[in-house]
Design a protein around this ligand. Structure first.
Ligand SMILES: *[C@@H]1O[C@H](CO)[C@@H](O)[C@H](O)[C@H]1NC(C)=O
Ligand SMILES: *[C@@H]1O[C@H](CO)[C@@H](O)[C@H](O)[C@H]1NC(C)=O
Ligand SMILES: *[C@@H]1O[C@H](CO)[C@@H](O)[C@H](O)[C@H]1NC(C)=O
Ligand SMILES: *[C@@H]1O[C@H](CO)[C@@H](O)[C@H](O)[C@H]1NC(C)=O
Length: 384
């Protein structure tokens, strides 16, 4: 089978279709919080913003106005909101989860590159409103909402963290995803969010962002100070689910470190990356890895190894006061020196009002997921 070359074929595709980066329409639908919520946000976020301003950043931090260089890789109607991204064991993809609960796959190796459906869930087969041909958009809670995707490369299985349906798995050929876990420690999942797989052990790490609020009320998780989120592990061999860490304030994305000794977890409400040790003398301990300039969503390793991570930010900390400005930070690259602390080394700005939910580095390009856009973004890092 021919190896796909997503980045290069996409650049060609973009040129062909004359998708000028400068005309990139940033899609903002009427999804903003009501005026009351805005003022509440303002009051509650002010102390955090003042602290952030006082803390400042390291001297070497680079701020790059990258948004206008991002190419939109359109999903095609009616697919919307590609939240998460993953590549399979052959490097194929990306795959992405969209707002109607399905998982799509980008095929660059075809005569006409495009997105095809890869996986669906039992609701699509059993609930009329979730059927493929439906024109009316059903609520996400009805048909499912994949918020995290990752492959276990050895088996080719894809794991799907679905906000409403739980942890799911689908084989390498796609099709109907099976639900593999819906509760841990006797407490049902309520808002399943990020996922990653330890490629050596096959263990699946994922987050349940809150046991109180569902995804549709995600703002309340931040505003209420809710700290009922959990970091979880699913053991494929036994089907056993264990609570790795509870009492988290909106745990969101998760990434297994390259050496498997720890997990990096985005804690959205505290604007932090956490490090949770799995092995070694600190096993079981959780510490702050890095303070972030905004509210993190998913986290994925940078390509050159070296312990760096790309972190997507749903909003930067100044947003409640200043709204979206040219200086709004949409994603950051955090560098980590061994077991020491992490530091923001790169800030990406210029994305307009579109929030970024995941950044995956692949072959010298960055792929951007977003719940606000009808496309996945693609940025050639060399062109910056
Ligand atoms: C990475 O990009 C280069 C340059 O565009 C291309 O030649 C190469 O085949 C790509 N590799 C993969 C694995 O996609
Ligand atoms: C990225 O940009 C560099 C420099 O402009 C170019 O040489 C390279 O071919 C580009 N890569 C892709 C995949 O388009
Ligand atoms: C599941 O995990 C718990 C905690 O690690 C352990 O006590 C229990 O024996 C495991 N059950 C199975 C079936 O492996
Ligand atoms: C809002 O914008 C003003 C003017 O650019 C700036 O001085 C201020 O620091 C910003 N507020 C925050 C919280 O970043």
């Amino acid at each position: 089978m021919q190896r796909s070359r997503p980045a290069s074929s996409l650049a060609a595709l973009a040129r062909e279709r004359k998708l000028m980066a400068s005309s990139l329409p940033i899609v903002v639908e009427a999804k903003c919080p009501s005026a009351a919520i805005w003022s509440l946000l303002l009051v509650l976020l002010l102390p955090a913003m003042a602290a952030a301003a006082a803390a400042g950043h390291g001297e070497e931090m680079k701020s790059i106005y990258a948004g206008p260089k991002v190419l939109p890789v359109r999903l095609g109607r009616p697919a919307f909101g590609p939240e998460s991204l993953a590549f399979d064991h052959r490097g194929g993809g990306p795959y992405t989860g969209v707002s109607n609960g399905r998982v799509l796959r980008w095929r660059a190796d075809r005569r006409r590159p495009g997105w095809t459906e890869f996986a669906h869930n039992y609701k699509h087969a059993t609930v009329a409103e979730c059927a493929a041909k439906k024109k009316v958009v059903a609520p996400e809670s009805l048909c499912g909402r994949p918020l995290g995707l990752q492959f276990h490369r050895r088996t080719g299985d894809m794991y799907i963290a679905d906000a409403y349906l739980g942890l799911m798995r689908v084989g390498r050929r796609g099709g109907l995803a099976e639900v593999v876990a819906t509760e841990a420690g006797g407490v049902p999942f309520n808002f399943v969010n990020g996922v990653d797989v330890d490629q050596d052990t096959g263990d699946v790490y994922f987050t349940d962002s809150s046991t109180t609020y569902q995804r549709s009320d995600y703002l309340l998780v931040v505003l209420s100070g809710d700290a009922t989120g959990r970091l979880l592990r699913y053991e494929a061999r036994t089907g056993n689910v264990t609570v790795v860490k509870s009492g988290l304030a909106f745990p969101n994305g998760v990434a297994v470190s390259a050496d498997g000794t720890h997990l990096v977890v985005a804690e959205t409400a505290s604007c932090r990356l956490l490090r949770h040790w799995l092995r070694g003398s600190n096993a079981g301990a959780t510490e702050v890895l890095a303070e972030l300039p905004g509210y993190p969503d998913n986290v994925r390793p940078a390509e050159d190894g070296g312990g760096g991570y790309w972190v997507a930010l749903n909003r930067d900390k100044a947003w409640a006061v200043n709204g979206t400005t040219p200086a709004s930070v949409a994603a950051v690259r955090v560098v980590v020196a061994g077991a020491g602390g992490g530091k923001v080394a790169v800030e990406l700005c210029g994305f307009g009002a579109a929030t970024v939910s995941e950044v995956v580095e692949r072959n010298g390009s960055l792929w951007f997921g977003s719940v606000d856009t009808p496309y996945v973004g693609l940025l050639n890092l060399t062109s910056l």
